[in-house]
Structures are given as structure tokens and as C-alpha cells.
Ligand binder design. Structure first.
Ligand code: FES
Length: 373
């Protein structure tokens, strides 16, 4: 790769540092790759510092520390302090497992701006079942400590068929915890969520009912708690503008240093994703085949190519197109103009059939199951 810049390419704004695939939880909807156990090597502290500095120099302003569970990295505080020195707005995306008051104080002193804690459900029984780990009480405590130490209280609950019936209780729990923001993120079906889709995808009726409850609650807590309801794209008729357009805004670095335009991109065939150990962020962003693959519109096929909405959704999600059509260039099948839309409808019907019969057991995200891929 040459090191020259293309002036038509915007800079990365959002850097997601997936520090480690290690995680004490086993959520069956995890967005990490199914075969994550193959990638057990992790970047060193110095490697991460170089990545943070190079991306910041290019204009990245938002930094998410994620994983796996980023708290499994012993150098997290050091990296947070370095990010502050560089001028990032930093966010810790955590299950809360491994977080205690002393660590929150340390992170605050190091300059961490934001902590987002995920909770799996509103009841201990379901939370601990979905997490595959006893964690509910601890998460509640962590949420309170986050608030106590002056952070905005940001709760994230991933919504799916196993917990969607708890929507009223989830909303009440967030309010009781004093959440400033509640993200109700309907599951996106990649990675482990895709594997468990028949057991996770809610029906249209369940989704509509839950959305109405969340909308009504939004009005009730207006000015006190902000609720973001991320809709499941299977029930839309236009695809999402995934990652705000490939290689325009988001840069993800996997634990082993692989640079990805989206968290699922390493599952796409033929991309040959570059590694930060071999190339600078500037080279990767501007010159790599991977980051240039779906920039612009030249790669599009019909119906995207002649569609007047192509600059709005960029043909939708490349990973979803591959998962459903085995063709990375095809239109995201969520789109009603896609010749493969019936495949999304078939996935919905399959999940409904599974719900009506004996539910298949969930396959949990853990290294034993990962080694099967
Ligand atoms: Fe990869 Fe949408 S998740 S492009």
C-alpha cells in the first residue's frame, strides 16, 4: 500500500477499539465473530497507543473502548489516560462485570468521559440466564456507582424475543436506576445473533406492541430520561445506511489489530482486511482494498445502481447482503426493491414457527462453542 491520501475520502470520526474478545458473559446475540476464539492474540499497549494517536491525527474524535469486555485489559486505565491526552471523547462500552467503585474512580481520574452499561433483562433470572453468568445484582450496583461518580447514566438493553415481554419492567428499571439515557437496541442479526435468530427474532406484533410501550414511556419521562429505540430492520422496507456508508465515518480495530470498516466485515469473503501491525491507520483508511471496496457507488448492481435512494442508504448493509444472498454486491434484502426480499420474510416466518413450537435452545457465545467454527 502506498501512503498517499485521496482528498475525496473523508476522515474516520468514530474509532471503536475492541480491546479484547475475552468476556465473562456469554450473550447469545453477541456481535463478535462466531470464530472469535481463533483470534486470541491481542495488540500490546504500545500498539494501541500508536493506533489511537494515528487515528486522532486523522481527525477521529469519538473513541469507544469495547470488546468482548474491555475491563479484562489490565492497561485500560493507561489507554484511557492516553486517549484524554490526545483529546478524544472516550466511552467505555461494558457489561459492568469487573467494574467496582475503585475502578470507576481510577477511570474518571484518567479522563474517561462516558460509561455505557448493558443489562440483559429486568429480572435477575432472565438477565443471568441470557448473560450465562450471575451478574444482575452487580450490574444494578455498577449502574448506581456510575451515576454517583457524575457520569451520565447510560443503560443499554438489547431487545429480542426472550425479553421483549419485559418492556414495561425494563423501562421502569431504567427510571428507578436514574438512567439519563436508555438505549433499547433491537438485536441486529449478525454473528451469534444470526446463529440464534430463530430463538431471538420477535414477531411483528410483539415488536409493534413493545415500540408503542416505549414511545408512550418516552412522553412520560420527557426531560428526565432520553429513550432511544433502535428498530429492527427486518420490519422495515428500506435498508439502514450501515455504518453511515462504508469507509466514511467508522473504523473498528479488532483485538488482534485487524482494521474493519464494520464489526462484521472480517466475515465477508475476499476483503483481506489489513492489520495495524503492518500498516498505518492513514494507509489503511486511504489505500487499503478493504476500505475502498464499497466506497462510492461504482460497485453497485441493480436495483441499487439506478435507484434514486442510493446515496441515502448506500445499498444497505454489505454483511446482511452476504448473509442472505451469498453475494457481497447485492442489494440488502431488507429493501422491498430487492429481488431477495422474500428471504427476510422467510426468516421472520421461520422464527415465528420456532416460537410456536418447542423453542430451540440458545447457543451461547463462549470459547467452546466458538471453536466449532
Ligand atoms: Fe457490515 Fe453492515 S454490518 S456493512
Amino acid at each position: 500500500m502506498a501512503g498517499s491520501n485521496n482528498p475525496n475520502i473523508t476522515s474516520p470520526r468514530w474509532l471503536l477499539a475492541e480491546l479484547s474478545y475475552k468476556c465473562p458473559l456469554q450473550c447469545p446475540y453477541c456481535s463478535n465473530p462466531l470464530d472469535y476464539a481463533k483470534y486470541s492474540t491481542e495488540l500490546s499497549t504500545e500498539d494501541w497507543k500508536r493506533v489511537l494517536a494515528q487515528a486522532r491525527k486523522m481527525g477521529a474524535v469519538q473513541l469507544g473502548f469495547s470488546g468482548g469486555e474491555p475491563l479484562t485489559r489490565p492497561d485500560l486505565v493507561e489507554l484511557v489516560a492516553y486517549a484524554r491526552e490526545l483529546g478524544y471523547y472516550s466511552n467505555l462500552i461494558t457489561s459492568g462485570y469487573g467494574l467496582n467503585e475503585a475502578k470507576i474512580v481510577e477511570l474518571k481520574q484518567a479522563g474517561l468521559d462516558h460509561i455505557q452499561v448493558s443489562i440483559q433483562a429486568s429480572s435477575q433470572e432472565l438477565n443471568d440466564h441470557l448473560a450465562g453468568t450471575t451478574s444482575y445484582q452487580h450490574k444494578q450496583e455498577v449502574a448506581r456507582l456510575v451515576k454517583k461518580h457524575g457520569y451520565p447514566m447510560v443503560l443499554c438493553v438489547v431487545i429480542h424475543r426472550q425479553n421483549i415481554h419485559q418492556m414495561p419492567e425494563i423501562l421502569a428499571m431504567a427510571e428507578n436506576l436514574g438512567a439519563d439515557y436508555l438505549e433499547l437496541a433491537n438485536t441486529q442479526y449478525y454473528g451469534w445473533a444470526h446463529l440464534n435468530r430463530d430463538a431471538l427474532l420477535p414477531s411483528r406484533e410483539q415488536f409493534s406492541k413493545a415500540e408503542k410501550i416505549a414511545q408512550d414511556y418516552k412522553d412520560k419521562v420527557a426531560g428526565k430520561m432520553k429513550i432511544y429505540y433502535v428498530v429492527p430492520d427486518y420490519y422495515e422496507d428500506r435498508p439502514k445506511a450501515c455504518m453511515n456508508g462504508w469507509g466514511t465515518t467508522f473504523l473498528t480495530i479488532a483485538p488482534d489489530g485487524t482494521a474493519l470498516p464494520c464489526h462484521s466485515a472480517r466475515e465477508l469473503p475476499g476483503l483481506d482486511c489489513p492489520n495495524v501491525k503492518d500498516f498505518s491507520i492513514e494507509q489503511i483508511w486511504h489505500e487499503s482494498k478493504t476500505f475502498n471496496f464499497f466506497r462510492g457507488t461504482d460497485w453497485m448492481q441493480e436495483p441499487c445502481r439506478s435507484c434514486d435512494e442510493k446515496l441515502k442508504d448506500f445499498g444497505g448493509c454489505r454483511c446482511q447482503a452476504y448473509l442472505f444472498n451469498n453475494d457481497i454486491y447485492s442489494t440488502d434484502p431488507v429493501c422491498s426493491k430487492s429481488p431477495q426480499r422474500s428471504r427476510i420474510d422467510a426468516a421472520i416466518a421461520s422464527a415465528e414457527k420456532n416460537a410456536a413450537q418447542t423453542e430451540q435452545p440458545l447457543i451461547f457465545r463462549n470459547s467452546k462453542n466458538s471453536k466449532a467454527f
